[in-house]
Design a protein around this ligand. Structure first.
Ligand code: ZN
Length: 431
């Protein structure tokens, strides 16, 4: 179990390392707005535009995306509101471990922040008039069904904690309480069942929920979903919900993708098994019209000083729609991606990259359509990043690209891996 946990950590480092590097580069950009952006003119209001947000627009699937799948209800593509710049969005912070200085010295882990850091960050949020909301509120906001309070520079935020570490009860909870903040815990049950030194107990989970924090799912055992069959993914979502509901006294409706990795099948299955929203690890505030199963969330790490923390929290978003019909679909061979961005932007002000490699693209100012050619990759996944700079403010959009494994690798490797995991899973369930 411990070695598997270490393997997860390693994979997390691998995936987030790249995303984090991008974030770091971005945060280095001197043009980033240092001050809070102006308050939005609307907060999920009942205007015409917002009412029609979730009405699906016609989608054209791109090239050889496996066409077996209709787009899930939750994945309906919304229009981009004309006043998207006014929507500063709702940031979502992602914490893993919160440790004492001594614990950190003993075992430095990449995603730990110290108790002192966490205390300072919560104080910073309180000083900047942030108040916490829960996933259900955020979902209603992005759907345009609920107004949130942005008056007098007040700002909503979601603060999340991944995996189920007992740091939450040992340290975080008291600090949150001080500010009247509520957290969201994304838990994967096998971690709790394994009763690791650092994992929460079921009764702690129940108590945390009773105290008003949200208990949500992080799948059953934290796999990389892009290596799983549809049935396996479905089991991850359904089983974890069932267990967290039964043993943790929860009412799970939201999920955080392990490693931030999502697939087109996951986006389709999630609503079928009772989930209403899901979280990636892409930066930017969540705006009205955001895809409810691709909500943005920032990873907060030890190296974030106050300046970077502020930049992450206040980062502005570029709305991105229609990701080739199916976000997370497996890309085979050279593929033409069709995206929709706001219309009327300046072609020259874009920077489009896959990981750190600049991409050629076409942008149609009139429609806001962007097309780019994605070449086959030896990597199983890569991250598309679109940056747009205007009047000194940088707006950002991301998407995950799942690549088909090069032939020869997948067939040999997968069954062996799956078998191994199954065995381990059974073992952990016996604990
Ligand atoms: Zn995790």
């Amino acid at each position: 179990m411990y070695s598997r946990f270490r393997a997860y950590l390693f994979l997390t480092v691998l995936v987030f390392g790249v995303i984090g590097t991008l974030a770091w580069f971005q945060s280095k950009s001197p043009e980033r707005a240092e001050t809070p952006a102006p308050a939005p003119q609307h907060g999920g209001n009942e205007s015409e535009g917002v009412k029609t947000l979730m009405s699906a627009t016609a989608e054209r699937p791109i090239a050889p995306v496996a066409a077996q799948t209709p787009v899930a209800a939750g994945a309906a593509v919304s229009e981009i509101p004309a006043n998207w710049r006014d929507d500063i969005g709702v940031p979502v912070l992602c914490y893993h471990q919160i440790v004492t200085d001594e614990q950190y010295r003993e075992r430095p882990t990449p995603y730990a922040v110290t108790v002192k850091q966490f205390r300072e960050q919560m104080q910073w949020l309180a000083d900047h008039k942030f108040y916490t909301i829960l996933p259900q509120d955020l979902l209603q906001y992005v759907r345009g069904d609920k107004k949130l309070d942005f008056a007098n520079s007040r700002r909503p935020i979601v603060i999340t904690f991944d995996d189920g570490n007992n740091d939450f009860v040992n340290y975080a909870q008291k600090i949150l309480d001080k500010h009247g903040f509520k957290g969201v815990l994304f838990i994967y049950p096998t971690y709790i069942m394994a009763r690791k030194q650092r994992s929460m107990t079921w009764s702690e989970i129940q108590a945390v929920r009773k105290a008003g924090h949200a208990i949500e799912s992080h799948t059953m055992w934290h796999p990389m979903l892009n290596t799983m069959t549809e049935a396996e993914q479905r089991a991850q979502f359904a089983d974890s919900k069932k267990m967290l509901d039964e043993k943790g006294g929860a009412n799970v409706r939201h999920l955080a993708f392990p490693f931030g990795i999502y697939t087109s099948s996951a986006l389709r299955i999630l609503p079928e098994v009772g989930y209403q929203s899901a979280y990636t690890t892409f930066h930017g505030g969540n705006q009205v019209g955001e895809h409810p199963y691709l909500l943005r969330r920032y990873l907060i790490v030890k190296s974030d000083n106050e300046k970077i923390f502020a930049q992450k929290t206040l980062a502005r978003s570029l709305p991105l729609r229609i990701f080739g019909g199916e976000p997370g679909a497996v890309i085979e061979g050279e593929t033409r991606l069709q995206l929709k961005l706001p219309a009327g932007l300046d072609h020259e002000a874009f920077r489009v990259r896959v990981f750190s490699t600049p991409q050629q693209f076409e942008y149609d100012e009139k429609s806001g359509g962007m097309t780019l050619t994605i070449r086959p990759s030896k990597k199983r996944l890569s991250v598309l990043e679109i940056l747009y700079k205007e009047k000194g403010v940088e707006y950002r959009a991301n998407a995950l690209l799942n690549h088909k494994r090069q032939t020869g690798q997948i067939d040999e490797e997968k069954p062996r891996k799956a078998k191994k995991k199954k065995k381990k899973r059974r073992r952990s369930e016996e604990d």
